[in-house]
Design a protein around this ligand. Structure first.
Ligand SMILES: [Zn+2]
Length: 146
């Protein structure tokens, strides 16, 4: 069952990355940040860090004396949420900076792709007569275009 969920999650992540780096970054950030937050969760007295099932339900499933750990469970849950939010922010920023770099690379043409331009010498340098793009010698004074 958990393998199916994992497969669905991975599919969503791949689709999100293909669609938008920012969305993909947010999803990855939420997952990684949530994991980090979970690993850094506070310890409860005597039993140490609470298991994932208790944390993710914020201690709702605890019974009898275990209810005493509910406060720690809620705090651990908050750690996970804060981690997820921080992770999302970091990865969205990373994704956006990647997008910007990509856009900048795509926007600036490479020097070899620039066609040899004749527009720089549209007018004869000697007499100022307008020269067509294929004209080699000025029609006004016969000077060779440079
Ligand atoms: Zn001329």
């Amino acid at each position: 069952m958990s393998l199916i969920i994992l497969g669905v999650v991975i599919t969503i992540i791949i689709a999100a990355i293909k669609g938008s780096r920012a969305v993909g970054g947010a999803i990855i950030g939420v997952f990684l940040g949530g994991i980090v937050g979970f690993l850094l969760r506070p310890s409860a007295n005597l039993v140490g860090q609470l298991p994932f099932g208790v944390v993710v339900t914020r201690g709702a499933t605890l019974t009898d004396l275990d209810v005493l750990f509910r406060g720690t469970a809620e705090l651990s849950f908050n750690y996970m949420m804060v981690g997820a939010i921080i992770g999302a922010v970091i990865f969205i920023a990373l994704a956006k900076s990647l997008d910007n770099k990509h856009a900048a690379t795509a926007a600036s043409p490479s020097p070899s792709s620039v066609p040899p331009t004749s527009s720089a010498n549209k007018f004869c340098t000697k007499c100022g007569t307008t020269l067509g793009p294929e004209i080699v010698f000025c029609g006004g004074c016969g000077t060779r275009r440079n």
